[in-house]
Design a protein around this ligand. Structure first.
Ligand SMILES: C[S@@+](CC[C@H](N)C(=O)[O-])C[C@H]1O[C@@H](n2cnc3c(N)ncnc32)[C@H](O)[C@@H]1O
Length: 418
């Protein structure tokens, strides 16, 4: 169990690392500027860049930024395939820069550190110093494997036959993909899950624990961060990362509880971070969480049980989900208790993930607007919910089955995690 060893004195001349390219920085401010500069652009600097733009909120199209019109604030983009030219307000358009083109324009080069002093950017991601610090420590704890992308990350390849057997028995899904550190930063910011004003985050389906560890490091106000993971192999990766954190000499983190292969808890000042190997469907204390992250695929035949878990969340709890909860809700007679966050209603609200680094994936963000109902209370007490009598008349109330945000067009299910 407890292992609070004395730490060696802090190293001097420590370097801070960018998790995306491994460059080392002598101070966090320099590292933060470096991270911000990568996706930053200025109105003039965008001219000549090749960009990929999300058009009509559904299709990505590549084009060249040909002109900037100062008085309207719009850029003219010439699209490669259609040959169409469109004037777009880029600050309000979902796009990413594919190629910055010739570097003779101001701020075109993201690594142009001589120009960083002035920061004449029109757009730069609002990355905090806390993020710069957290991603550097995270990177170290994962042995430099933080920004893993594609479908062969450690979390994909580590899975064993025992994991598969367990997943079948528990009717869980081992589908995998990671929210990248920039994605976690965006999801937790004040416009989204607002972790700066929360006290606890539960990551249900924690994978290798990167999201939980980043939240823990970036937000010292979070007194409790808790992850649950079904795959033992993924749990082991998380366990190793937490041990690496506790072994570092530049913080007060120590292992406060440990049952190898089952549970690990690290304490640091007023915070605890725990990861448990188990089935998220048995998280009875989910009602204590101010934020619940469920970037997790859930089999259809467990939607009723999953709905009881969701219903057990407290009123005001914010959630991130991979699935659209309006399609998941299976508690007939109990009104749909979530509202989609305003900032998340557009399909353009996207999060960098291991399977969609540049475009990002549209995850769903919610706030629970009702207290736990019958099913939620029963779930928290470890009982099956009493059968709910379905209402005879189909309710037209707004919160019963809210309309889709994407309009009338049928949205194809795109299970991008694999
Ligand atoms: C898409 S991954 C997300 C990992 C992590 N949240 C991240 O973004 O890096 C979903 C994880 O949920 C886990 N999972 C799925 N069903 C589960 C269950 N019933 N109980 C616990 N974990 C589960 C999977 O094994 C997988 O590691």
């Amino acid at each position: 169990m407890a292992a609070a060893e004395t730490k060696p004195p802090p190293r001097t001349g420590a370097k801070f690392v960018c998790h995306e390219d491994g460059t080392e920085w002598g101070d966090f401010e320099g590292l933060r500027r470096h991270l911000r500069a990568k996706t930053a652009w200025s109105n003039a600097g965008l001219v000549g860049c090749r960009v990929s733009v999300l058009l009509e909120n559904r299709e990505w199209s590549e084009g060249l930024v040909a002109q900037y019109h100062r008085s309207s604030g719009k850029h003219c983009v010439e699209f490669r395939h259609s040959g169409a030219r469109r004037w777009l307000m880029m600050l309000r358009t979902a796009f990413y820069i594919v190629d910055r083109g010739p570097c003779d324009e101001e701020t075109k080069e993201p690594e142009g550190l001589t120009k960083l002093q002035d920061e004449p950017w029109t757009f730069a991601e609002d990355l905090s110093l806390a993020f710069a610090r957290a991603q550097s420590v995270l990177h170290d704890c994962y042995g430099g494997r933080t920004q893993e992308i594609g479908h062969k990350t450690l979390g994909h390849v580590c899975v064993t036959d025992d994991d598969r057997r367990r997943a079948t028995e528990d009717r869980g899904s081992l589908l995998y993909g990671e929210l990248l550190p920039r994605g976690v930063h965006k999801a937790l910011d004040s416009r989204h899950l607002d972790a700066g004003r929360a006290t606890s985050v539960y990551d249900l389906g924690a994978g290798t624990g990167k999201v939980a560890l980043q939240a823990f490091l970036q937000f010292p106000n979070l007194t409790k961060v808790h992850g649950v993971e079904l795959s033992l192999a993924r749990f082991h990766v998380a366990e190793r990362a937490l041990l690496a954190l506790a072994a570092r000499d530049d913080n007060a983190a120590r292992v406060s509880q440990r049952t190898p292969g089952a549970h690990i808890e690290v304490s640091m000042n007023d915070q605890t971070l725990s990861i448990t190997h188990g089935n998220l469907m048995r998280t009875r204390d989910v009602g204590n969480a101010s934020i619940v992250m469920l970037e997790t695929e859930v089999p259809t035949d467990t939607f009723a049980e999953f709905s009881s878990l969701l219903d057990a969340c407290q009123e005001g709890c914010r959630l991130l989900t991979y699935l659209d909860l309006r399609r998941v809700w299976r508690l007939p007679g109990q009104p749909f208790p979530f509202q989609q966050l305003e900032a998340n209603r557009s399909f353009a609200d996207r999060y960098p993930t291991s399977w969609s680094v540049q475009r990002g994936h549209h995850l769903f963000l919610w706030v629970k607007v009702l207290k736990p109902g019958v099913a939620g209370v029963a779930f928290a007490q470890g009982r099956a919910a009493p059968p709910v009598v379905p209402s005879k008349r189909r309710s037209r109330r707004r919160d019963d089955m809210p309309p889709l945000v994407f309009g009338k067009r049928r949205v194809q299910s795109t299970c991008a995690i694999c």
